[in-house]
Ligand binder design. Sequence first.
Ligand code: BES
Ligand code: MN
Ligand code: ZN
Length: 510
Amino acid sequence: MTALTLSTAAASGLRADAIVVGVAKGAKGPVVAPGAEAVDKAYDGKLASVLETLGATGGEGEVTKLPAPSGFKAPVVVAVGLGTVPEKDETYGTDALRRAAGTAARALSGSKKAAFALPAEDAGDTGAIAEGALLGAYSFDAYKENGSAKGKNSKDAKGPLAEIALLGGKPRDKAYKAAVERAVAVAEELNRARDLINTPPNDLNPEAFAAVASAAGKEHGIKVQVLDEKALTKGGYGGILGVGVGSEAPPRLVKLSYTSSKAKKHLAFVGKGITYDSGGISLKPAGHNETMKCDMAGAAAVFAAVVAAARLGLEVNVTGWLALAENMPSGSATRPGDVLRMYSGKTVEVLNTDAEGRLVLADAIAKASEDKPDAIVDVATLTGAMMMALGSRTFGIMANDDAFRAAIHDASEEAGEPSWPMPLPDHLRKGMDSPTADIANMGERMGGGLVAGLFLKEFVGEGITWAHLDIAGPAFNEGGPFGYTPKGGTGTAVRTLVRLAERTAAGDLG
Ligand code: BES
Ligand code: MN
Ligand code: ZN
């Protein structure tokens, strides 16, 4: 894991592979951002014009490398684009800082140490830069021949930037220290979630995921209970069992309980943890199953958020539920037409075995409801329809409470995770009417993401506030990396959940 410190050193004297500065897009060309004054001075105040000569504009995502001024211990200056210069009296937005820091960290992968001299006005900005840098300094190369797990020096696997020093921060100031500690805890757990998402499904089945959760629970003082297939059968978890029954690797339901002696509220997070989604008997065609190891991204996000809450000592109780199963076709698999008796007692006619996420979540949501938490939030790569609606970078939020949906949207904006509120129109419920069972697991094709949300709503305990995050789009980045987002597992929703827990602890949610 990349190490990060606050430093008061002067840029010129620092032994590092590179100094990172910010450059923004001004009306008349690139402008050097605050924080880099000393560096600019060493170029005789000509850094902006040198950058312009090299073709830099200050646009977001841009990286320009140039030789450091003479007398500097670091050989290279990396100028990273911040986007448009802020209006007078405004500052660079926190997510612009996060993204720029992430872009710079990615550009420096394979390097040992870099010093960041980006514009930070306060501890919040410094925390954002720390978070962006640590999230950008991520690589998953455990399966490369010379990957970080096995050694170095591979062309394919450079490994992440190893050490980051943030210049201009105040290492002795309480607020700065706390901001950096928070960024480190959140980024480390988020990067662990990315590792889980990226781990191939032959190495991460429900049992293996549960083992990872148990180990982390021990390390961080979180109580962990694992229900195996025997316990699930005894407990009547027909949804989780029905999805997992086709696989050689049996399902699990994991409960992670973080409690604070000062807590006034209790949040329950529920994650969809399909370690591989083949579609089951309603098999997905080639072209639709290659990335389906990512179908446990909701459970990975919930897991990371609970551990982060524990590491931060948040004054709120947080329970995480990981609904883990592998969806496979076989002679023992659930058939389209089968009826499952769910944990809640409701029966479900399975019309399409590829609509499996709602089945495992329904059991976990019903179980989570028994604790009577103040709110339940489920997180799931649930529908291709949500991806169609919102694209690949924005998750949808549905809820049975307008104020709670808005609060989650606010939390996601603060976290820098794009999301958008979606409705749960009552009229779509009748499409799931079943002649045989209480409900079918499929309804109208149009508005498929909302149909899935309406299905889940039926399993929320009476009177409990609930929201559903459909992260099918942003959970797995199939395109190129950008900002602090790598290719592959992104860890989306982790920071929204942590922010929500923080706001709940602070009493912001009533
Ligand atoms: N895991 C998929 C949804 C998904 C699709 C996630 C693409 C990430 C990327 C889910 O289990 C699924 O297969 N949903 C079906 C539901 C349908 C059969 C009602 C879908 O969206 O097509
Ligand atoms: Mn599916
Ligand atoms: Zn799925």
